[in-house]
Design a protein around this ligand. Structure first.
Ligand code: ADP
Length: 632
């Protein structure tokens, strides 16, 4: 109910505004009383439909009808003209909506859309229907049909161009909240534009001056309006100039009044007004667009700076040669050097000598891969000479416009590292301390078993063996983490090692006679023992397991295959992670640490080899290892 009431009220209001504007427009009529120099209602109608909705069209119909009927038109003529006016606005609405026109006029593109599809094309509808109505009813003779049509069309077009943007940009007008200076400027603009327009277009100030074709003098005022007050300013000043020039023309003065032929003068004046208005609005929109994009650019730069400068992490930008081109403020806190001390120096100067070669290699690899990111841990030397550990992430943005550098984010992880070291040292100490009591238990159990074998003693014995193996694993993991895993290569026969490990295991062996290599036998054992033990452990029942060892292209190739429970697909990517155990083993095989494969991977990496696997749940798993034959 309330909506309906609001709707009716809107229609009545629009009809009222349309009526008043039409009356004002008709007062500017020239020659034929229904055909006017400028027809503001067109602009008002289009703006109203764009701002509210097309459903307000009855307001246009009523307003136009009453405006015409009160100009002594017959009912039929008034209705037909009103229908023409309504269709004109609806056509404009349809085209502009289809073209996704932005009524804020922020882009030049929108002004162009409006001029063509909101002002030039739809007004053909009204001009044609209107002029035909006048000709058929005998109000005008057919001999003036084309000139009446042209005036009507130009009048509507100018009305649309002058008034619609004015109304649509109305809410952008900030004349009052302006500073005093701006207000003063606005008043000065209006005063000087009015004075100049009156001088040029009317005989009011100087009857002789207005005869000369000096209309271009108003251009600077339009530019001023566009520069200082944007689209709203440009439209207001255009309107001011138009009104003054029309009044001058009607009074028979100005550069167009004395051309001998009033019709030509009228058309030229209408064209001039349209050109003035279009030019100044386009200029204003172009400036607006630029200002806005500059603003956006500034905004994003400010945001970027704020992010970098307040970031706890330090950021350094280096070029392809490693020369520092930028350092964020946090760099001073972490390294002790100021930006000025670091910029234009070589970034490698900061790196500890132990890490220089490794990092130079990483940088060389990174440079050739645009967009790639690498993560490293390395030591640096601070300004005061202190050595600290950093964790750094470098991204190659050399090709990125506006960056053109390798961006390195880093943070100090020395405390973290120290804590890790303390933890590892503790584990190492505890494991070593546990070793001797366990050896004692093992030794005594072994002796007892020899004299008095029993089931319980056997259990104790196998538990001590497990514990010894666990302690050894812990110690090796510790060594890996402290970077202390020793490597003592010697001439070995891999086949002998495999045979030794699988002595008491039921496993199918496909081995060559001999496979000699130059490697650390202890590390080879870690790999083989873990893979074979897993294959046995995770193949319950008497399922077949096999080991395949051969030499392929100067490389040792090992395959350990089982037909056991397999590894779930969705967890396969985590299988080499420390302490990881898949869901399908946790309940059924509670014995396990999740350290075996982590260790195997670390050892394979140390030996510069490769490890991968294929696995399917409940079907089985195969681990593959490739190692260089000669590992130095
Ligand atoms: P765990 O002590 O649990 O055996 P590992 O590091 O040796 O630790 O293995 C990690 C996890 O990988 C295991 O818990 C298991 O889920 C899975 N896994 C390893 N080898 C196999 C295999 N041959 N068959 C099935 N699952 C396996």
């Amino acid at each position: 109910m309330q909506d309906k009431f609001k709707y009716i009220l809107q229609i009545i209001l629009l009809a009222g505004v349309y009526f008043v504007a039409a009356k004002f427009g008709l007062s500017l009529a020239f020659g034929v009383k229904q055909v006017t120099l400028v027809w503001p209602p067109t602009g008002i109608a289009i703006a109203a439909l764009l701002l509210f909705d097309k459903k307000l069209w009855p307001g246009i119909l009523l307003g136009a009808f009453f405006a015409n009927i009160t100009t002594n038109e017959t009912f039929t003529t008034a209705s037909q003209i009103a229908i023409g006016n309504t269709l004109e606005a609806l056509t404009a609405w349809y085209f502009l909506n289809k073209l996704k026109f932005d009524k804020e006029f922020h882009h030049i593109e929108d002004i162009a859309k409006f001029i063509v599809w909101g002002a030039i094309v739809p007004t053909i509808v009204s001009a044609t229907i209107g002029t035909l109505t006048l000709a058929f009813s005998g109000t005008i003779g057919w001999q003036v049909f084309h000139s009446t049509w042209l005036t009507w069309w130009l009048g509507d077009t100018t009305g649309a161009i002058l008034f619609a943007p004015l109304i649509l940009s109305f809410k952008d007008i900030k004349v009052f909240p302006f500073s005093f200076k701006k207000m003063f400027e606005f008043i000065a603009l209006i005063a000087s534009t009015s004075f100049t327009s009156i001088l040029i277009f009317t005989g009011y100030i100087s009857p002789t001056f207005s005869i000369y074709p000096t209309k271009y003098i108003v251009f600077p005022f339009m530019i001023w309006a566009a520069l200082s007050f944007g689209v709203p300013g440009a439209t207001w000043i255009s309107l001011l100039i138009s009104v003054i020039s029309i009044l001058g023309f009607k009074a028979g003065s100005g550069p167009f009044a004395n051309l001998g032929n009033p019709e030509i003068g009228l058309t030229l004046l209408q064209l001039l007004m349209a050109v003035f208005s279009v030019t100044s609005t386009i200029l204003a929109a172009a400036l607006d667009e630029r200002k806005r994009s500059e603003g956006k650019f500034k905004e994003s730069e400010t945001r970027f700076r704020a992010l970098i400068e307040n970031s706890y992490e330090a950021i350094i930008l280096v070029d392809a040669k490693g020369t520092i081109v930028y350092t964020s403020p946090s760099v001073k806190r972490i390294l002790g050097f100021t930006s000025a001390e670091l910029e234009n120096t070589n970034g490698f100067n900061l790196i500890h000598k132990d890490d220089k070669i490794r990092l130079a290699k990483i940088l060389a690899e990174l440079i050739v891969k645009p967009g790639k990111t690498v993560q490293v841990e390395n030591k640096i030397v601070k300004k005061d000479g202190e050595v600290r550990w950093m964790e750094a992430v470098g991204t190659n943005l050399l090709q990125e416009e506006g960056v053109g550098a390798i961006v390195i984010n880093f943070r100090d992880i020395t405390d973290h590292k120290k804590l890790d070291e303390t933890k590892s040292e503790f584990v190492s100490l505890a494991a070593h301390e546990l070793r001797s009591p366990i050896s004692n238990i093992r030794w005594y159990t072994e002796s007892l078993l020899k004299t008095k074998p029993s089931k319980y003693l056997n259990e104790i014995y196998s538990s001590t063996l497990k514990m010894t193996s666990l302690i050894n694993t812990l110690l090796t993991v510790n060594k890996v983490e402290l970077g202390k895993l020793t490597y003592e290569p010697e001439k070995v026969d891999l086949v002998t090692i495999v045979k030794d490990i699988t002595q008491n295991i039921k496993i199918e062996k496909n081995l060559p006679e001999k496979l000699e290599a130059f490697a650390d036998p202890n590390l080879l054992r870690i790999i083989l023992e873990n893979l074979i033990n897993n294959a046995v452990k995770y193949s319950p029942g008497d399922k077949k397991i096999s080991i395949n060892v051969k030499e392929v292209k100067e490389k040792i190739h090992i395959e350990v295959k089982d037909f056991g429970i397999g590894i779930p697909k969705n967890q396969q990517d985590k299988i080499f992670t420390k302490l990881f155990r898949a869901d399908n083993v946790k309940k059924t095989f509670p014995d396990g640490t999740g350290l075996g494969l982590y260790l195997v991977k670390a050892v394979v990496d140390k030996l510069k080899g490769e490890i991968w696997f294929e696995s399917e749940e409940n079907k089985g798993t195969t681990f593959f290892v490739d190692l260089p034959k000669k590992i130095i």
